[in-house]
Design a protein around this ligand. Structure first.
Ligand code: SF4
Ligand code: SF4
Length: 285
């Protein structure tokens, strides 16, 4: 089962939930894998240092137009659905904008003058590590100055393969990197905080997950302070509240030391065990 741990904004505790669930599943002897899909700032390895097995580079094929062969017919520009070609026929100027290019190959197909070749561009790397005898970690890491992490995320999920439990630590927000991750999940856990700002972002992520058609539930982190608005909203829309993590200085201390709460506290271990059971039960019903 693929479980995406996601959130409409950063800093809500996605990695905290993902690493604790993974550690617990691993401790329970399940075959599991955790993919760090937050490729712009992966940090799972800070909590779960594995033994590196392989590193794979992820490339994009970027079209290059030879102005000496180009007839400035504009066909490639018409074929490009991503506005990745700057075409100024009156100035006889044409150029590919690599950051907007989606590596679809349509322009090369369109060009009858043989003016387009492709050159590889490094987008990032995916590291695969072992964690104990039955568990694996994969980490997507984008290169600096690469506009979109989507290709690296897809590769990290692909490298994760399919174990009994596959946990995807999603990037924050609701744009393409989030969708690339959540789209591959069987179940989505949305982590939020009970504040007006948290509720605003939760509404956006719930709406996105509903549009993609994925089953989901909510974990409220730093419960205690804040207000009741989020609880009332979940009740009104019949959205399952899977777990509450209290606002506790000790939790913050363990997390900032790179520790794992379920390893250090048996009561919290039980809480994460119940969460895992709820999610896995969802698959079997
Ligand atoms: S490969 Fe696709 S996205 Fe990139 S420039 Fe060509 S048509 Fe546009
Ligand atoms: S299709 Fe080929 S010849 Fe036509 S504008 Fe594009 S690169 Fe130039």
């Amino acid at each position: 089962m693929r479980i995406a741990i996601a959130s409409g904004k950063g800093g809500t505790g996605k990695t905290f939930v993902a690493t604790n669930l993974f550690w617990l599943a691993s401790e329970m002897g399940m075959e599991c894998v955790l993919a760090d899909c937050d490729a712009e700032e992966p940090n799972v390895a800070g909590f779960l240092p594995g033994d590196t097995e392989s590193v794979t580079e992820v490339f994009q094929q970027v079209p290059v137009i030879d102005p000496n062969k180009c007839t400035f017919c504009g066909k490639c520009y018409d074929y490009c659905a991503y506005n990745a070609i700057l075409y100024l026929p009156e100035k006889r100027w044409i150029q590919v904008l690599p950051d907007l290019c989606h590596d679809c190959g349509a322009c090369s197909y369109a060009c009858e003058a043989g003016a387009i070749t492709e050159k590889p561009r490094l987008l990032g790397k995916v590291k695969r590590s072992a964690y104990g005898p039955r568990s694996r970690l994969t980490e997507g890491r984008s290169e600096v100055r690469v506009y979109s992490a989507v290709a690296v995320i897809k590769k990290a999920i692909h490298e994760a393969g399919n174990k009994k439990v596959t946990i995807l630590d999603s990037p924050p927000g609701i744009s393409c990197p989030f969708i690339a991750t959540v789209d591959k999940a069987d179940y989505v856990v949305l982590v939020s905080e009970p504040t007006p700002f948290g509720l605003h972002d939760l509404k956006l992520s719930v709406s996105t997950v509903q549009q993609i058609g994925k089953p989901f539930g909510v974990v409220i982190n730093k419960a205690g302070p804040g207000n009741r608005e989020m609880y009332e909203w979940l009740k009104e829309y019949d959205i399952p509240l899977l777990m509450e993590i209290p606002f506790d200085r000790e939790i913050a201390r363990i997390y900032s030391d790179g520790g794992l709460l379920s390893r250090e506290h048996t009561s919290y271990r039980e809480m994460f065990r119940r969460l895992l059971k709820q999610i896995l039960h969802f698959q079997s019903v």
